[in-house]
Write a protein that binds this ligand. Structure first.
Ligand code: SF4
Ligand code: SF4
Length: 406
């Protein structure tokens, strides 16, 4: 694994001008804000129905999954730290503001008192420790690159109407740094995808991400500085900033691939004016490996992943342009789980980088980084050993021995 200078990173990925992406073109917003999308599916929620085949889709399995994600949905809607918070969060904030007692639980003002920042190395060390304590599995810091901040935000109005609140978004110049955090989805549980059990692994990682990001945001504010919680790509595009912060590299499936957890991480972002020390982007051979592999593209059930070379050309309006990557058809990917009514993430599960963080797999990862001619052999062996094949969920509850981390 090699650390890159930012200039090297730019040269590898940015070959055209990056125009700030508009949040209204993300699939999470297009489902209610784009007339071409609305009505194309009856149910966007992918909650699904109980199936005749009960393995992985029983009421207990649904309960496991949908309980995992409850705070993810609620906390992200209530995020008041964003420049353009959701209309619902503003209503709640006003209600809470009417009770000084209630508000005192949400944010403790320290009367402008700021922590000593004469040594940003120490601040950065301690902030990373706090982030890990609060629940992050990996943490990196980068300069806030404003090219990844959404030009506009789009939020649903309160109530049943289809109205949206659509506004330009600016982050003032004082915000100079981004804290990027990764949250591992449990490897063994993820192997039950595409059942609700596998979905629980993804959603629990998302819930941990949402809670930890809120705590890190509060921690920075209690140090006397400003912080914006950008959880669930709500203020900016997270993957390029995670790359700049040295958490990993971009895979063909459009996900960040990390050295320790491969692509099975959820990513969050907190931006701040707290002075910090940045990390460097890393290169551990992902681009070259993905050029040969294509396993995610071959196994994607909706054919959303490119088989071609990297390009700056978009597939549709949901792709940002200017950066060199394998553009993903987000329309197909978002519609697929809603059509089949079960979670997917097949691309993450089958990815040869999706392995437990053990000595053996770390050794193989070292080989994939250093012995390039062996790429076809690694891919062949990965298939031969059956990695990425879904695990049958029959008798799951009888056999399950929950362990954190693997
Ligand atoms: S989540 Fe599923 S549908 Fe979407 S890109 Fe991955 S494999 Fe394809
Ligand atoms: S499955 Fe293969 S091609 Fe796809 S992201 Fe993983 S390593 Fe790259």
């Amino acid at each position: 694994m090699r650390k890159l200078e930012m200039e090297e990173w730019e040269k590898k990925y940015i070959i055209k001008e990056i125009k700030r992406f508009d949040q209204i073109n993300t699939m999470t917003r297009r489902v209610y804000a784009d007339p071409a999308m609305k009505g194309s599916l009856e149910d966007w929620s992918s909650i699904g129905e109980f199936k005749e085949d009960p393995a992985g889709h029983t009421q207990k399995d649904y309960a496991l999954r949908w309980s995992s994600r409850i705070y993810h949905a609620v906390i992200s809607i209530l995020n008041m730290s964003k420049p353009n918070p959701s209309p619902l969060s503003k209503v709640i904030k006003e209600t809470m503001a009417s009770s000084a007692h209630t508000l005192s639980y949400t944010y403790r003002s320290l009367d402008g008192l700021k922590i000593d920042t004469s040594d940003p190395e120490i601040i950065t060390r301690d902030l990373k420790k706090a982030a890990i304590f609060y629940g992050a599995d990996i943490v990196g810091i980068c300069k806030l690159d404003r090219r990844w901040i959404y030009s506009h935000t789009c939020n649903k109005e309160v109530g049943e109407s289809d109205a949206v609140e659509y506004k330009p978004q600016e982050i003032h110049d004082g915000f100079q740094y981004a804290v990027v955090m990764g949250f591992e989805a449990n490897y063994n549980m993820l192997r039950y995808l595409t059942t609700q059990i596998g979905g629980a692994a993804q959603d629990l990682a998302s819930a941990r991400m949402t809670i930890t990001s809120a705590l890190v945001t509060a921690f920075i504010r209690n140090l006397g500085f400003q912080a914006i919680d950008c959880t669930i790509d709500d203020v900016a595009i997270t993957v390029p900033m995670a790359m700049q912060a040295g958490l990993g590299d971009l895979g063909r499936h459009g996900q960040l691939i990390t050295p320790r957890f491969g692509p099975r991480v959820r990513l969050s972002l907190v931006i701040t004016d707290l002075p910090l020390v940045t990390d460097s982007p890393i290169d551990f051979g992902v681009t070259e490996f993905c050029e040969k592999c294509k396993k995610c593209a071959e196994r994607c059930p909706s054919e959303a992943i490119s088989h071609e070379d990297r390009t700056t050309e978009p597939v549709n309006i949901s792709n940002s342009t200017g950066a060199l990557k394998w553009p993903m058809d987000a329309e197909k990917c978002r519609m697929y789980p809603a059509k089949v009514k079960h979670p997917c993430d097949t691309c993450v599960v089958v990815c040869p980088y999706n392995k437990p963080d053990t000595v053996f797999h770390r050794s193989v990862r070292w080989l994939t980084d250093h012995v390039r001619w062996g790429d076809p052999l690694y891919i062949w062996a990965d298939d031969l050993l059956g990695y990425g094949n879904p695990k049958p969920a029959d008798n799951f509850w009888e056999k399950w021995k929950p362990v954190r981390g693997i």
